[in-house]
Design a protein around this ligand. Structure first.
Ligand code: TYM
Length: 332
């Protein structure tokens, strides 16, 4: 039997080049080798307030992007998290078996608390309960591998802990303990304006990220105005040259080459020439992606999602029945 992968992305903003390089590109590469499940994490998106019209539109956008990036519905089961009720059912089990201290230690939670305090916004309790839902998303399908970017490693570690805890409570191996899979390069694509910070779709400065569906001329301009340094040597050195290192990572990832080879390629280039080359690579990538995205229609997407929901639900509903049974939930 093929080993399995599971992963998802939140439709909470415009997808970025970071999401692609750190996560989605891996889904595409791994689908040939693994039994693959990829979803739209819409229930995670509502842990922060959303506009309903935009959320639904972004859900479709994300599915179209998954397909445009190369996910093949014959190899990957593509579905929407909210359409498979077992995700929420199992999330409650993990909510009950996780500890406040564990959840409060999560960096993403702590960052949101800080940000909201500064903006004097309330902190929704969904932000705290986010990792148990993520554990449920994963463990329902017994994957061996979960491809994610660097910022999700801590959630994955907690997922493993929760799986082991429930296996312990029930004295049975109910859940497969999954491994985190991070790309060799590009697990953390940085902001183009503050290259010591992660590129993020929720950044207040739109110049800091490349949104996959933005007009291509805008993205080219963002690469050309990316913050670098004054050394004038194209060299990979994250500590001293975070901006140049980030652009080298983006270039190498999109060209499918090693960072060391990219560095060699640009060893005699000026920053201007280097940025022009990176911008060209991004332009070619986005043009192809957007052409494929625009060629997809609603009927095709809906048919793929219907099929995905049926396949995912068959596995997930069987799993939740098994878990309930082992925990003594429900009738004899
Ligand atoms: P999300 O939607 O924030 O991000 C989706 C994926 O993109 C990766 N990523 C990055 N990788 C490299 N550089 C960046 N700058 C960058 N920004 C984001 C993330 O690491 C992630 O892999 N909680 C998840 C969604 C989720 C999920 C799951 C993932 C829900 N359930 C189960 C895996 C398994 C999230 O918010 O990702």
């Amino acid at each position: 039997m093929k080993k399995r992968i599971v992963s998802g992305i939140k439709p909470s903003g415009s997808l970025t080049l970071g999401n692609y390089i750190g996560a989605a590109k891996q889904f595409v590469d791994l689908q040939n080798e693994f039994d693959s499940f990829v979803f739209v994490a819409d229930l995670h998106a509502i842990t922060v307030p959303q506009n309903s019209t935009e959320l639904r539109a972004r859900t479709y956008d994300l599915v179209k992007l998954y397909l445009a990036m190369g996910l093949d519905p014959k190899k990957t089961t593509l579905f929407i998290q909210s359409e498979v009720p077992a995700h929420l059912q199992l999330a409650w089990v993990f909510t009950c078996s996780s500890y406040m201290g564990e959840l409060e230690r999560m960096t993403q939670y702590k960052d949101t608390v800080l940000k909201n305090k500064v903006k004097q916004l309330p902190i929704g309790s969904g932000i705290l309960q986010y990792p148990p839902l993520m554990a449920a998303d994963i463990l329902l399908y017994d994957p061996q591998i979960v491809p994610v970017g660097d910022d999700q490693s801590q959630h994955l570690e907690l997922t493993r802990t929760l799986a082991e805890r429930l296996n312990g409570i029930t004295n049975q191996d109910i859940f497969t303990i999954p491994e985190t899979f991070k790309p060799k390069q590009g697990a953390r694509i940085m902001s183009l304006q503050e290259p010591t910070k992660k590129m993020s779709k929720s950044d207040d400065n739109p110049k800091s990220y490349i949104a996959l569906l933005d007009p291509i001329a805008v993205s080219v301009k963002k690469i050309k105005s990316a913050v670098t340094d004054s050394e004038m040597v194209v060299r990979y050195d994250v500590e001293h040259k975070p901006g140049i290192s980030n652009l080298l990572t983006i270039y190498a990832s999109l060209e499918n080459i090693e960072i060391s080879d990219a560095q060699k390629h640009f060893e005699n280039s000026t920053y201007g020439e280097f940025k022009t080359a990176v911008a060209k690579t991004v332009e070619i990538f986005l043009t192809e992606l957007q052409n494929k995205y625009h060629a997809l229609n609603m009927d095709t997407v809906n048919a793929i999602l219907d099929d995905g929901r049926i396949k995912a639900d068959a596995i997930a509903s069987k799993k939740i029945s098994h878990v309930y049974h082992k925990l003594g939930i429900g009738r004899f």
